[in-house]
Design a protein around this ligand. Sequence first.
Ligand code: B1M
Length: 232
Amino acid sequence: MADDEEIILSELSDDELVLQMHDDLYDGLKDEIEEGTNILLGRGWTPYDVLTKALVAGMKIVGDDFRDGILFVPEVLLSANAMKSGMFILKPLLAETGAPRMGKMVIGTVKGDIHDIGKNLVAMMMEGAGFEVVDLGINNAVEKYLAALDSEKPDILGMSALLTTTMPYMKVVIDTLKEKGMREDYIVLVGGAPLNEEFGRAIGADAYCRDAAVAVETAKTLVSRKHNQLSA
Ligand code: B1M
């Protein structure tokens, strides 16, 4: 297709549209991402497939080029905003699964870290799986987590970190829970691109979650194990 030829998203096949959405996400085109999201939903795609195949896969390309110095912060911010506009459309649909109430989670990105796309995705998927989610947003100091645990009384504390410089803060939070004798009251799940299982174990989390789907499965398993222990 010639460069100056206008692309009509609705005229593209599913595969072409998904590739075009990857390009539009890369270029930070919010309106096009909203339109593409709505078109795929209108064609009967599940919200989960739109999320993973069109949005998350597109963000992966942005992430790789950011890492390689091809894209810079202002461009990535535009991509992130475009991604969020698609997620905004999907959020109520993912939460609408009618799944039975599974438990409650407080989640937030740790102090010093403003990355929230992955954390938002986890929150959306958890809601879709029947969990009540209290989202503390970004840049959370330990006091903020403690206050939320106290007021919300969740089953799970979830923490997200995307920077190698902020991931150690998760240990600060877990150590504080231990000092206060509260650690065993909560299932602590951690996630974020630079983490791994070994790190999760080393800081004393119950589990490291590679992605949002793993977070949901891990949460379900650990919450039902906890409830079984309590009722035994
Ligand atoms: Co940032 N950034 N960034 N950034 N950024 C990274 C993380 C980086 C890896 C890019 C790179 O390759 N260089 C790099 C970190 C390097 C490192 O520490 N080793 C980096 C850097 C360096 C920075 C700045 C320092 C850049 C600068 O200013 N020079 C700066 C830091 C700001 C700060 O936080 N203090 C910065 C800023 C930004 C933007 C603001 C531009 C923007 C964030 C916008 C926003 O979030 N609202 C941004 C973005 C978008 C990225 C990348 C490109 C994409 C992150 C993302 O949204 N991925 C990222 C590159 C990368 O990760 N490859 C990068 C998509 C998302 C769906 O995946 O977040 O991994 P992810 O979440 C997954 C899983 O990790 C997991 O499930 C999610 C869904 O499947 N998960 C959890 C995440 N949290 C979980 C919590 C759980 C469970 C699972 O709890 C139970």
